[in-house]
Ligand binder design. Sequence first.
Ligand SMILES: Nc1ncnc2c1ncn2[C@@H]1O[C@H](COP(=O)(O)OP(=O)(O)OP(=O)(O)O)[C@@H](O)[C@H]1O
Ligand SMILES: [Mg+2]
Ligand SMILES: [Mg+2]
Length: 558
Amino acid sequence: MAEDEGRTKVVGTNRLDKLHGKVDYTPGPANAELLCLLSPARLAQISICSLMEIYVRLVHTIRTLKEDPRWPGWELVVGIEVHAQIKSRAKLFSETFTADLDEPPNSHVSPFDAAFPGTLPRLNSKCVELGVRTAIALNAEVQRRSAFDRKHYFYADLPSGYQITQQYAPIARGGGLKLDRDDVFVRIKQVQLEQDTGKSAFLPRNHLSAIDLNRAGTGLMEIVSEPDMRSPEEAADYVRTLQALLRCVGSSDGHMEQGSLRCDVNVSVNRAGSPPGTRCEIKNLNSVKFMMIAITCEAHRQIELLESGRSVPQETRGFDEDRAETYALRSKEDAPDYRYMPDPNLPPLLLDQEYITKIRNDMPELPDMTRARLLALDLSRRDTDVLMDVDSGREVGFDGELGGGAVAYFDSVARGRDPKAVVNWITHELLGQLAFRRETFKENPISVEQMGNLIDLVQTGTITGTSGKTILRHLLSNHSQDMPSKLAEQLLLIAVRDDGSSLEKWCSEAISALPEEAKIVRTGNVRVVNKIVGRVMKASRGRANAEDVRAMLLKMLQ
Ligand SMILES: Nc1ncnc2c1ncn2[C@@H]1O[C@H](COP(=O)(O)OP(=O)(O)OP(=O)(O)O)[C@@H](O)[C@H]1O
Ligand SMILES: [Mg+2]
Ligand SMILES: [Mg+2]
């Protein structure tokens, strides 16, 4: 983090950021003055941003030309505020460790988290680092200078009466996420660091609210998107893509069901071709499925209002999962006056360029790059998606446990082997068997060495594919540490080479056992030979090579 910068530079940066954020490039005295302050590099950046803006608008126009059959004549606009818990051991401004959900209430609370008078915040550098990593992953512009504000509101689970956030000078601005679906690009408005609140639970029996401050003060990143999504599906895709990215850079677990990733969804509708309508914000959605349902219900509600000649008032709404409808929480008029003010106990956060560059240089491979790399190995789109879905935890249901490590496992097994054969064994055989056993990839007991050895045995013809699958099943059932080469011998699965004897014996036995089929093959219908091949394979317990068997049978039945 840098020493304080010159005042002029700081003011200049802020004004440029405004220009950058609002994308108001109208030539005029004010902008002309600002442009004079720009270095050529900065100017180049702005023109890249304008091009990006034009591109995004163009894609949006093309998208909105396609009418959504759910609401013909209407367009839907969605912008999402994601609150992601930062994966740091300590809270944002205190040294207390963050708590797991199953820990006793109020067991992770420092005097600062409970707002004891006289306590002061101390910024946790790990949270800053993870915020910067996230910003870089989103291709956002990390701000060399950001600052903390107090947002005042009065809930029992917020003992200080204010939340520390970055309302005016966030840690990053701009950037965006490319979604897989239809080449959609969602721009990011800003990323801000802020504190989480505690939790309160109303106990109706004794008319008390129970307060648990374990979560109070945990670091959050609020990632605010521009209103660039046009359907519930795009919104879901955005949250999933963002979740995979956060997990990839290690900045958040992103578990929606456990509350470490929560979404506020802003929804508006407008008649096709008209400007966007008034947005309503649906608060605290904690599953992708419910988020999609909430957006759909809200779109229908707003369209009904507008079609009956009424208007949509700007509101904050909740979502009732049982009734599948949104309900008003508060109108714009009732919106609390947050009385934002700079936090006097926290100086501006100044980051020097070397610090940002160091984090940039340490970034892991991001999902987009991984996908491109796997596709370049000639893997199919489907296999690539399967590996990456397992990695981001989608294998076990989107909100489930992290699958983790499937791409790394593939990379290790594929070293020096045919990538297509390897991906085939992992996505089809291994994942298939695990799914059959209702196990996740995380529970896979087969080491890289065992998997590699198994594939080599099949590739070299030492065992057949069928025997390979038998060994795979054996490894999964017994959690055996033995190498497949040893198991192949122990289980008598070494392939029977065509030495003429056993193969011929099995073939003649199968022909005698299936005289009808043999007759049909003799008359020229060779497809029926597969049934006899199956019989031989069974007799050989999968050790015979199916191709050899087929060739021998056809020779014998000529
Ligand atoms: N017409 C619109 N339709 C749908 N979404 C919109 C529209 N206009 C803006 N939005 C979205 O609304 C969100 C506004 O979030 P932002 O954090 O800037 O303000 P806020 O919701 O007023 O503040 P708070 O953080 O207190 O909730 C953004 O995600 C933005 O994309
Ligand atoms: Mg917000
Ligand atoms: Mg909001």
